[in-house]
Design a protein around this ligand. Structure first.
Ligand code: FDA
Length: 388
């Protein structure tokens, strides 16, 4: 079998690239269906992009790398594509755009575009023995029916990262990079819940509060959820992408207006227990837990300014030391990947091997939570497609 382009990985990036390529294209995936992560994303409604997409919302060893692709295929380009296919959407929060109906609409759109280009999609298929030849690449393709010898002029690796192995995630892209001498930066789970060895939040698991959280990066102001194993929720997942093992994380759960309200309450009497007063502003179960962390004894009326200020400071700068994360089992993405120094930022082609491309999550480009990672899949795929 002869192709102009072979794409390995029929996820968001691979399908998007295949949907925009001329010539004979083969798209291979070992999964039963294409776009499985799209299907389950955004609670089944796919948070397909973010209105505020900006290179600053992406983590990469080279902070300039993503600029070109994001500028050339923007969030609005993808919104226009979605609208052209009659897919209704809405903003949920913080610029996050979701399908009104179902994530399956995005998958169907990509299939339709691929069909229009006659893309040869092979599912439940695997690729082995990739070799560079004078004319491009050759390899063995094992489909459920038979084994083929395939030759192609170009290869696009779109096999994503290592997150959620149960869904078919593999380190295939990194293995190919290694085979062709392309550097890979250290990889680790990101957008992932934190765990604590002592299960200290087990008794308040299920409690959620608005919070501000950071590790070694920006402060994220979103919801935080206490779990049996530790901390989860959007603020936590965001901070996890900037966390280094062994380092603390910083939590601010002070509700806005609480400090002023407590001072006022103290002035007009405040003969109630401090925990009762706090429970007017924070979930009662959380206050119970906090009583084991901070000294909350006594009536509000008896609290000095100094003591009250110290508690407010404590709630604003709550330092915690996670013992780890839930790992690739639940991580939404993989941080790190194909070193962007080895890639051309306009085309995603390898500088040393211009007919080999890496796109999507396999690369060392990781977006924040909120539609940024799909936008990177679309933008990087379009950069490669434009070059091909
Ligand atoms: P992706 O992982 O989508 O595709 C890779 C494909 O390669 C898969 O189909 C896989 O089967 C295939 N493959 C892997 N190894 C192979 C091999 N050896 N041989 C053949 N095929 C192979 N992002 C976002 O922006 N908004 C959101 O709402 C969400 N929600 C979300 C929920 C959950 C639960 C997860 C796990 C992730 C998200 N994400 C997200 C992240 C987003 O799904 C992710 O960044 C993109 O899917 C990455 O697209 P790629 O095409 O690069 O990889």
């Amino acid at each position: 079998m002869e192709f102009d382009t072979v794409i390995i990985g029929a996820g968001a990036a691979g399908m998007m690239a295949a949907a925009h390529l001329d010539g004979r294209t083969l798209l291979v995936d070992h999964a039963k269906s294409a776009g499985e992560k799209i299907r389950i994303s955004g609670g089944g409604r796919c948070n397909f992009t973010n209105m505020h997409t900006d290179p600053k919302a992406f983590i990469c060893a080279n902070p300039h790398f993503a600029k070109s692709a994001l500028a050339r295929y923007t969030q609005w380009d993808f919104v226009a594509l979605v609208e052209a296919h009659g897919i209704a959407w809405h903003e949920k929060t913080l610029g996050q755009l979701f399908c009104d109906n179902s994530a399956k609409d995005i998958i169907a759109m990509l299939h339709k575009l691929m069909q229009a280009r006659d893309v040869d999609l092979r599912l439940q298929s695997s690729v082995s023995g990739i070799r560079a030849t004078d004319a491009g690449y050759s390899f063995t393709l094992a489909t459920p029916e038979k084994t083929h010898k395939v030759t192609t002029r170009r290869m696009v690796i779109a096999t994503g990262g290592k997150s959620i192995p149960k869904m078919g995630a593999t380190g295939f892209a990194y293995d190919i990079a290694q085979q062709f001498g392309i550097p890979v930066t250290a990889t680790r789970p990101a957008l992932v819940p934190f765990t604590f060895a002592d299960g200290r939040f087990a008794e308040i698991s299920g409690v959620a509060v608005p919070a501000r959280m950071h590790a070694d990066g920006p402060v994220f102001e979103e919801a935080l959820l206490f779990t049996h194993r530790g901390l989860s929720g959007p603020a936590v997942l965001q901070a996890s992408s900037y966390w280094v093992e062994g380092a603390p994380v910083f939590l601010d759960i002070l509700p806005s207006g609480m400090y002023e309200a407590l001072r006022q309450q103290r002035q007009i009497g405040g003969r109630k227990n401090m925990t009762t007063e706090l429970a007017r502003h924070l979930p009662a179960r959380l206050v119970e837990h906090l009583a084991g962390v901070f000294d909350l004894t006594g009536n509000l009326a008896d609290w000095s300014d100094k003591r009250l200020d110290a508690l407010m400071q404590g709630l604003q700068h709550w330092e915690l030391l996670p013992n780890g994360t839930e790992g690739y089992r639940t991580a939404e993405v993989t941080l790190g990947g194909i070193d962007t120094d080895a890639l051309n930022s306009r085309s995603m082609a390898c500088k040393a091997q211009p007919d080999l491309y890496f796109i999507g999550e396999a690369m060392d480009v990781t977006g924040w939570l909120g539609g940024y990672n799909f936008q990177w899949a679309w933008s990087s795929a379009m950069a490669a497609a434009a070059d091909i």
